[in-house]
Design a protein around this ligand. Structure first.
Ligand code: C5P
Ligand code: ZN
Length: 436
């Protein structure tokens, strides 16, 4: 069966409800989850239904408190796949719009986990694109919500090698319908002064650009640091891009495309920026702002912008500190400790990619000790995953050995372990990774 066909069945379940009935939506606290939740809420609203939206984190207690759920249909977005037996046991009909690895089977409800339809859940479809499949089955006019779906896919890093699979097909449809345009843009902010754009850039992250680093770099190139990229002549743009490419090679981060084909939404503008805002909202614990932004609530954009700026500044702060540090290494992983737990995933990924002291051939593990538990984030590269790396399996196994829990995706996974067990965990993880 195709995802679209199954989504049609789910749409029938919803459409069988009387107009105005409320549907429960439970979604994940990340950019993809916020996009998926918003797509679902908007599609329900447009179809004449109410919604009750809850944003949660993935956990073994996901369904706690829902034993007496009164809404007859519950839509689970971007989570729930590790809790299928529980979803089945809950009252009401469950509709699962997810892309995570499934454990067990959803025997009462409709499973729109993209993995059940021949799609690669890490690269070809995300929670938001699964939610869009349902929205389109409810009404094909919901194609404008592809802006949100693509932002969700970007949030989950499904754009790495260009969009593919279901993501690509919805992007193409939305481009054709005029909801999204594709533009060639630099990876850093092209509209602000180069001095700020280069210093503030996170992806790519340029080492040595703090303080007056970016200024000196531009001076050497004889480029006016107060001009924006858009203000430069084509020759200057070319000169700058090749110098930056060289700088990245010197950072041992040589596979970074400085110019990208960037999708821009008619409603939300550049979708990388929307994904970045949603990500900041989720990471800063302000899911409501992210949802409000997607639902078009006045004032939400400004708040989201503030959160985004604060979040990005915090990342740069940690990265500048890591730039000066020598990370610790085991045979099959690199690790470091970080105070701010909400930044450990992103800093693990960025340091592996952009800091020369981090070996690109080893996954990076970041740990945060908050006294009671230790939070762990691990990040790998596509090429390591191709060679057999499965961080999700590694985290799960190693965490279990020290009395914690873990999981995620082969390329990005996490764990929570009891205090004081970090060294044992790292040894166990290193051992599992060496076997992979
Ligand atoms: O927190 P972080 O961004 O590093 O999480 C990466 C992935 O690992 C996510 O998909 C998250 O759901 C998963 N994870 C998990 N169990 C944990 C921590 C994270 O499955 N204890
Ligand atoms: Zn997701």
């Amino acid at each position: 069966m195709k995802l679209e066909t199954a989504a049609g069945h789910a749409a029938e379940v919803i459409s069988s409800l009387p107009s105005g009935e409320r549907v429960r939506v439970v979604s994940h606290n990340d950019a993809d989850g916020l996009a998926a939740a918003s797509i679902t809420a908007l599609a329900l609203h447009r179809a004449g239904y109410g919604f009750h939206l809850t944003i949660k984190q993935t956990s073994s207690q996901l369904t706690q408190g829902m034993e007496k759920e009164e809404n007859r249909v519950v839509i689970w977005c971007d989570l729930g796949s590790s809790n299928l037996e529980e979803l089945t046991a809950l009252p009401g009909t469950a509709i699962l719009c997810d892309h995570h690895i499934m454990q067990g089977e959803l025997t009462d409800g409709i499973n729109l986990n993209v993995r059940s339809y021949g799609l690669d859940g890490s690269t070809e479809a995300c929670g938001a694109s699964a939610a869009l499949a349902l929205a389109l089955a409810l009404d094909e006019h919901n194609l404008d919500l592809a802006e949100l779906a693509i932002a969700g896919a970007i949030g989950d890093k499904q754009d790495r090698d260009g969009f593919s699979g279901y993501n690509r097909s919805i992007l193409e449809r939305a481009v054709e319908a005029g909801h999204i345009t594709l533009e060639e843009r630099p990876a850093f902010n092209p509209a602000t002064s180069l001095m700020d754009a280069l210093e503030e850039s996170i992806e790519p992250f340029f080492t040595g650009f703090a303080g007056d680093g970016a200024l000196q770099f531009l001076k050497k190139l004889d480029i006016d640091s107060l001009k924006s990229f858009d203000d430069l002549s084509p020759q200057e743009q070319k000169k700058l891009l090749s110098a930056l490419a060289l700088h990245l090679v010197e950072q041992q981060a040589d596979e970074i495309a400085l110019m990208q084909t960037v999708p821009a939404g008619k409603r939300f503008g550049p979708l990388y920026d929307l994904a970045s805002k949603l990500n900041a909202c989720a990471r800063e614990g302000n899911n409501g702002v992210g949802i409000a932004l997607c639902l078009g609530s006045p004032g939400a954009l400004e708040k989201a912008q503030e959160l985004q700026q604060g979040y990005r500044a915090a990342i740069r702060h940690e990265m500048r500190a890591l730039e000066k540090e020598q990370p610790q290494e085991l045979s099959h992983l690199t690790y470091f400790y970080l105070k701010n737990g909400s930044l450990k995933g992103v800093c693990a990924g960025l340091s592996m990619t952009y800091l020369p002291a981090f070996d690109i051939h080893k996954p990076v593990i970041a740990l945060t000790d908050d006294g009671d538990t230790i939070g762990v984030s691990g990040r790998g590269t596509p090429s390591l995953v191709e060679k057999g790396l499965d961080l999700a399996a590694g985290m799960q196994q190693a965490a279990a050995e020290v009395g914690g829990t873990g999981g995620g995706h082969p390329i990005a996974a996490g764990a929570d372990i009891p205090a004081g067990r970090d060294k044992a965990f790292l040894q166990a993880l290193n051992k599992v990774l060496s076997q992979q």
